[in-house]
Design a protein around this ligand. Structure first.
Ligand SMILES: CSC[C@H]1O[C@H](OP(=O)(O)O)[C@H](O)[C@@H]1O
Length: 382
């Protein structure tokens, strides 16, 4: 069975509650833009592409259900105003991943363009829903292309080259639980595995939300991919050359926002991995669809980094164990830090382009030019 973070049919959206994974697979119905905003903010659904798609489809379901209840205005301009208001609300749920803002911009343009043609509210609703549903379909095909291009690049350029199997390290969760399906960096790992070229995938636990130990490990076990979980602090020891048999050919991670110069915001801990990769001579790759590339942001210093509540650092995630429901009043109060200590909890960091060897997109791999710079605009010229 294919893992799905998002289940959608016209008028109905469900998201897999990722705060309950890996111990419970619970889908919750998202009936409105407000439901979606809270699910995204509280990270019950997460992952740069997924939050954009959930936001878009939540509004699609809301519109469809208003129409079914005869509560949708019959005036195209009134439905357009409703849609634009909801989109401007949804985009405030999380700031760093550009995919959400990118989707809002594109969907807003669809609405504005439809104004001249849509004769009534129903036509405006349909124009929006078709555009939102297309994002769901496009994301999966984009990820499969990213997987193909990324696997090709690693086999050609990774430390262990040629027909040998390769081992790869990844960070956070960039799989089916972070996208509409297949995944970005985890899509590269899936592609290597499908070709019989993957010796082993290593994933970091990715403190403090533990996307790696709770979500990526869940996906790798589900797909029966040979994989090993490590703590974030073990990554450099893993890269230290333990012999060519086990060497990590490349680190491949996702992205939340790639600036015009290639500086990349991704899950906290990514920058440290890039520094270690450079020190150990291991290739460091970003895997992301073009919806993650933000040409309006010139460099990483302009990227807003989301800071999250301190209790996410001090509390244990995943309070439910196999089959047993722990008493939340017990688990919620379990802390792994001294009471009274101040906490800093940035959800992302920025990896400078100089530490990135290549950026894998659905239209190909971006490498540096002879001046050592990434030309990210090139991916939109294909
Ligand atoms: C393909 S997911 C991209 C990106 O999103 C994740 O962030 P979060 O789990 O906070 O939504 C992580 O940074 C992934 O690399």
């Amino acid at each position: 069975m294919v893992l799905q973070a998002i289940k959608y049919k016209r008028g109905q959206l469900e998201v897999l509650d990722q705060l309950r994974l890996p111990h419970a697979e619970v889908y919750e119905t998202v009936r409105s833009s407000e439901d979606a905003w809270h699910a995204i903010k509280e990270m019950r659904t997460r992952g740069a592409p997924a939050i954009a798609i959930v936001a878009a489809l939540a509004l699609a379901a809301e519109l469809e259900n208003l129409s079914a209840a005869n509560k949708l205005s019959d005036k195209a301009e009134e439905v357009a105003a409703f849609i634009l208001e909801k989109l401007s609300y949804l985009v405030t749920s999380r700031p760093t991943a550009v995919n959400l803002a990118d989707a809002v911009t594109k969907l807003s343009k669809v609405v504005e363009n439809a104004l001249s043609e849509a004769g009534n509210g129903e036509a405006m609703k349909d124009a929006y829903i078709q555009a939102a549903e297309k994002m769901l379909v496009d994301d999966v095909s984009d990820n499969e292309a990213i997987g193909k291009y990324g696997a090709e690049w690693i086999l050609k350029n990774g430390i262990v080259q040629g027909n040998s199997e390769v081992s790869v390290l990844t960070h956070c969760n960039t799989g089916s639980l972070a996208t509409a399906g297949y995944g970005t960096a985890l899509g590269v790992i899936r592609s290597l595995n499908a070709q019989g070229k993957l010796r082993r995938a290593f994933c970091t636990e990715t403190r403090p939300y533990n996307q790696g130990s709770r979500l990526t490990a869940f996906e790798l076990v589900h797909d029966k991919i040979p994989a090993t979980l490590i703590t974030d602090s073990m990554a450099s020891a893993l890269l230290y050359n333990r012999g060519s048999e086990e060497r990590i050919a490349a680190i491949v991670v996702g992205a939340d926002r790639v600036a015009a110069n290639g500086d990349t915001a991704n899950k906290i801990g990514t920058y440290a991995l890039a520094i270690s990769a450079r020190h150990h001579g291991v290739k460091f790759l970003i895997a992301a669809p073009r919806t993650t590339i933000d040409l309006q942001t010139k460099s990483g210093k302009d990227i807003v980094i989301e800071e999250r509540p301190g209790w996410e650092v001090t509390r244990i995630k995943g309070p439910r164990f196999d089959g047993a429901e722990l008493d939340p009043s017990i688990v919620e109060n379990v802390s792994i830090a001294a009471n009274g200590i101040d906490i800093w909890n940035p959800s992302f960091d920025v990896t400078p382009a100089e530490l990135i060897d290549a950026i894998i997109t659905e239209v190909g791999v971006v490498e540096k030019d002879e001046s050592g710079a990434f030309n990210m605009a090139s991916v939109f010229e294909k």
